[in-house]
Design a protein around this ligand. Structure first.
Ligand code: TNX
Length: 548
């Protein structure tokens, strides 16, 4: 009896160790027989539905990259050596539900839709052995049913502070896909750099994409490195990236910042400022040599919030921004257009005659209502093009634009308030999902500050308990933000975000009831093996995780 019990325990233990999927699926049933299917170069893909090329191509490029072979597709099954892709209606309200079974008859995948098949492929990839180069890939008999919890599962990447090369943007999109995430919020404009080609305004990238230097170290900074830095994405590159993402069922949401964080645009076109003739306000001790020589506007060379913002009293500024939006819309099929709206100091507006006239003419109470006017005016334009505006939670101040989606970053307060006002909300609170904060207790590299350990991200619950069930439905999902003041390279981005993105993916995908920190920690070392296989950088505090 004892022996049987031991055998049973052992069997369960080894069985559990075979399936380590992140994010945790809704249901995983192991056959208990310890049986395995072997995927080999002569395994056939049987396609029983149309539109599955994206999933097939993704799987085949993965096989090719790490095992050196790809599978042929066929219409007639060959013995029991097939990977079958099919559709079965699961009627899930959020795209992506799937069923995956592996048994002696082969691998069978059914998606509720194309997205579901694609996510089944992501789970299948996580069932493959970790050793590269194998041609006999044994996969445990298993039955998985799965579906996403939230519709919006995102990551934001700031390319304004530091530009990331196109191949890395594609890799980043692959990382999103492999974590079953579906929204890439691309922060394209900043004080420190304008990163997208706008044909009508060439100076945005000729001038606005380049800064003459960058402050050194942490606030209050130690001088300037005097290194000219910059770059931008052409519209062709943007189209290429958007197409790449869409083959991975990922929407790219562009962000064009206004009315704040606009120094780079102002350096290109000073008339966008309330005071075109005033020099950008940066102390000489922090300026580059070139910057010290100039008397005019500069692409910002330090971090933090710049006081020079777009003038809200000048109609030409709105015309300019609308023309920019006119070039953005055809590039991005996304329903959402992000206009920033955060951290807009009101110093200039307070002393600007045109802004003050606008306030008087419209009977506005103060500069906060002027900011609200700014965003509402842009919203009207964006809505007239059939698109929906997103803004950071500052857009609540002075009154929310009627159809705006709110991204709550200064904690959850703004999100709660917006949901109560029946506005769609995406949660991105600094407290849980700011991946620019340190994940090591004692900072192990230059970071902006803060401490956000993996467990804290894992414990995040996007629907605040204070919301009624009705209002809770306005929480579309959540997103982690990757601000790159102190991330100068792709490898640093990877190091900062992994494995916290794993924790976030489970917050967003897995049912609340399936979340289990201890279990997640047990699965994590397998994910690290995958990262090793992919040559991905990640943070690991070995004392924190269980070892096998
Ligand atoms: C706040 S979050 C910002 C960014 C900074 C970030 C640094 C938000 C909407 N604005 O401009 O990069 O803090 O953590």
């Amino acid at each position: 009896m004892k022996c049987l019990l031991f055998g049973l325990l052992l069997c369960c233990f080894t069985a559990v160790a075979q399936v380590n999927i992140i994010p945790q699926p809704v249901s995983v049933k192991l056959s208990g027989t310890n049986g395995k299917f072997t995927l080999r170069p002569d395994t056939q893909i049987i396609v029983e539905g149309s539109g599955l090329e994206n999933s097939i191509n993704f799987f085949n490029s993965y096989l090719k990259a790490y095992y050196g072979f790809a599978l042929e597709t066929a219409s007639v099954p060959k013995g029991n050596n097939n990977l079958t892709l099919n559709f079965e209606r699961m009627d899930d309200s959020i795209p992506g539900a799937y069923y995956l079974s592996v048994d002696k008859k082969g691998i069978y995948i059914a998606g509720d839709n194309e997205t579901g098949v694609f996510y089944a492929i992501q789970s299948l990839i996580q069932l493959l052995p970790m050793a590269a180069g194998g041609k006999q890939l044994s996969i445990p008999y298993v039955e998985i049913s799965d579906r996403p919890r939230f519709a919006y599962r995102g990551l934001m990447l700031d390319v304004g502070r530091h530009m990331m090369p196109v191949p890395f943007i594609k890799k980043f999109i692959d990382y999103l896909a492999m974590h079953k995430m579906n929204e890439f919020h691309w922060h394209l404009t900043e004080d420190q750099g304008w990163r997208i080609e706008i044909k009508k305004y060439p100076r945005l990238t000729e001038v606005g994409a380049w800064r003459d230097g960058t402050v050194i170290g942490k606030r209050p900074w130690k001088g300037n490195d005097n290194i000219r830095y910059g770059g931008f994405y052409t519209q062709d590159q943007v189209r290429e990236i958007v197409a790449y993402a869409s083959k991975r069922y990922i929407t790219v949401i562009p962000e064009i910042e206004m009315p704040g964080h606009g120094s780079a645009a102002i350096a290109a076109y000073p008339w966008l400022s309330c005071f075109p003739n005033e020099k950008t306000n940066i102390p000489d001790s922090l300026l580059s040599e070139e910057g010290r020589k100039t008397n005019g506007k500069l692409v910002y060379e330090k971090w933090g919030v710049a006081e020079d913002v777009f003038c809200a009293g000048n109609d030409s500024v709105f015309e300019f921004l609308q023309n920019v939006i006119d070039e953005i819309i055809p590039l991005f099929p996304s329903q959402y257009i992000h206009v920033g709206g955060d951290e807009c100091p009101k110093t200039n507006w307070k002393r600007c005659p045109q802004c003050q006239k606008r306030i008087r003419d419209l009977g506005l109470k103060d500069e906060h209502e002027l900011q609200s006017y700014f965003i509402q005016r842009m919203e009207k334009y964006i809505n007239s093009k059939g698109k929906t505006l997103i803004g950071w939670d500052e857009i609540l101040e002075g009154g929310l634009a009627p159809n705006a989606v709110v991204m709550s970053w200064r904690g959850e307060k703004g999100g709660i308030e917006a949901a109560k006002q029946k506005h769609t909300v995406i949660m991105t609170p600094t407290t849980y999902v700011y991946l620019d904060y340190s994940q090591a207790k004692h900072e192990d590299s230059l970071v902006i500050g803060g401490y956000l350990p993996l467990e804290k991200v894992y414990q995040y619950e996007p629907i605040p308990p204070v919301l009624s069930a009705d209002d809770g439905r306005y929480i579309l999902g959540a997103q982690a933000n990757i601000w790159t003041e102190y991330m100068t390279s792709p490898s640093k981005v990877e190091y900062m975000i992994f494995p916290r993105v794993d924790a976030l993916s489970e917050v967003l995908w897995s049912p609340k009831s399936a979340k289990n920190w201890m279990d997640f920690k047990k699965r994590l070392p397998y994910q690290f093996e995958r990262y090793n296989l992919w040559a991905t950088h990640y943070f690991s505090d070995s004392s924190e995780y269980d070892t096998r």
